[in-house]
Design a protein around this ligand. Structure first.
Ligand code: FUB
Length: 342
C-alpha cells in the first residue's frame, strides 16, 4: 500500500513553477504570502535588496527596508506592483530588517503583521492598518505586546483569527521558553523535543494576542513530538496555515535541511501529525511559501535564488499549482536544487 502511494507521488511530481516577475527585472521579492480579498489575489512579499552586508547564520544580509504589495486578477495573467505599502522609516519602533509578513481582513480593515527588529536588535511582530488591501498601511506605535521572533501568518477560521509565528537561528526563537526570554537561549539537545512554532488567537481589535501563545506541536507517526535532532522534519521557520476539507494544514520550512513540509490537525491549535514534503530544496538557503485557493484551484507560492545567480539574499517569487490526492495528501513539488522526492 505504502509502495503504491510513493509511486504515485513520483509520477505526479510537478516542477512547472513560474516566476511572477521577469527574471531580468532586477527586482527581488521573497517570502510571498498570498491572500484573496474581494475576488482578487494579493501577494505580500519581503523586499530583498543588495545591502552589502556579509552573509552569516543570523541572516544579517537580509536587511530589508520596505514592503510592496502585488495583485493578480488571474494566476496565469499579469501582475501589478502597487508600490511601497510600509517603510521601516515610518515604523516608530523600528531597528532593522523587515522580514516575512502576512495580511488579514476584518470588517473592511486590512491588518499587516510583520517581522521587524526593534532598536535593541530583538525581533517582534508589528501590526499596520489600511483601508484597502493595497495599502498604504500605517504602523502601530509599538509591536504586539508579548510578541517575539519572526514569520507571522494569520488564519481566519469562522469569526476567529489565529496568528502563527516563530523562526530559529536569526529568527531568535531559541532564545525563548514558555514565551519568556532566556539569558542564554539555545536549541534543545538532539534527543529533546524540538522547539515549536507558536499560535495565539488574536484579540477582537486584531492588535493583541488574546491569549498566551501556545506551542504548535508536530507529532511523528508514533504520536511523539518531533525531536530537535530531526532536522529533516522539525519546524525551523516560515509557518503557514490553510484549511482543506475541514482539516488544518500547518506547513513550514525545515531551515538547515531546506525542505517545505506539512502536518495535519483537527483544529487550529493542533497537535498536528507530520505528513511529508511539499517541496524539495530550492536554489538559495531559505525556502518559504504560502498556499491559497483561488478560482477553484490551489496554488503554492514560494521563492528561489536562480534569477540572482544563486545569491541567497536576493530571491524571486514563483507560483505553481498544488495537487491533493484523494486521501488529503499533497503531491510534492520539485524545488530545483535536488529533485529527488521520496
Ligand atoms: O526573508 C527573511 C527571512 O528569510 C524570512 O523571515 C525567513 O522565513 C526566510 O525566508
Amino acid at each position: 500500500m505504502e509502495e503504491k502511494k510513493t509511486d504515485s507521488w513520483k509520477q505526479n511530481v510537478s516542477n512547472t513553477a513560474r516566476y511572477l516577475l521577469p527574471e531580468d527585472s532586477g527586482i527581488y521579492m521573497a517570502d510571498p504570502s498570498a491572500k484573496v480579498f474581494n475576488d482578487k489575489l494579493y501577494i505580500y512579499p519581503s523586499h530583498d535588496r543588495e545591502s552589502g552586508i556579509a552573509e552569516n547564520d543570523n541572516g544579517d544580509h537580509f536587511d530589508m527596508k520596505d514592503y510592496h504589495v502585488f495583485s493578480m486578477e488571474d494566476v496565469e495573467g499579469t501582475i501589478e506592483d502597487h508600490g511601497v505599502i510600509l517603510d521601516v522609516d515610518h515604523t516608530p519602533w523600528a531597528g532593522r530588517q523587515l522580514w516575512d509578513s502576512d495580511v488579514a481582513e476584518k470588517d473592511g480593515k486590512y491588518y499587516l503583521y510583520f517581522s521587524l527588529k526593534d532598536k535593541n536588535d530583538i525581533f517582534h511582530i508589528g501590526v499596520a492598518i489600511a483601508d484597502k488591501p493595497e495599502g498604504p498601511f500605517v504602523a502601530q506605535p509599538a509591536p504586539i505586546k508579548g510578541s517575539y521572533s519572526i514569520d507571522p501568518c494569520v488564519l481566519k477560521d469562522g469569526d476567529a483569527y489565529y496568528i502563527y509565528f516563530g523562526g530559529l537561528w536569526g529568527g531568535q526563537l531559541q532564545r525563548y521558553r514558555n514565551n519568556k526570554a532566556q539569558e542564554n537561549g539555545v536549541e534543545p539537545e538532539n534527543d529533546q523535543p524540538a522547539l515549536c512554532a507558536k499560535v495565539a488567537r488574536l484579540s477582537d481589535n486584531m492588535l493583541e494576542f488574546a491569549e498566551e501563545p501556545r506551542d504548535v506541536v508536530i507529532l511523528d507517526e508514533k504520536a511523539c513530538p518531533l525531536k530537535a535532532g530531526d532536522h529533516n522534519r522539525r519546524f525551523f521557520e516560515a509557518s503557514w496555515m490553510h484549511k482543506y476539507n475541514d482539516k488544518y494544514y500547518f506547513s513550514y520550512s525545515t531551515g538547515d535541511t531546506h525542505c517545505l513540509c506539512y502536518a495535519i490537525g483537527d483544529n487550529p491549535y493542533g497537535p498536528f501529525t507530520y505528513k511529508g514534503l511539499i517541496m524539495t530544496p530550492v536554489v538559495g538557503w531559505t525556502t518559504h511559501h504560502s498556499i491559497v485557493e483561488f478560482k477553484g484551484k490551489w496554488y503554492l507560492f514560494h521563492h528561489d535564488s536562480v534569477p540572482s545567480g544563486g545569491k541567497t539574499w536576493l530571491r524571486s517569487m514563483k507560483v505553481t499549482e498544488l495537487t491533493y490526492l484523494p486521501d488529503g495528501s499533497i503531491v510534492p513539488i520539485k524545488g530545483g536544487l535536488n529533485d529527488t522526492v521520496s
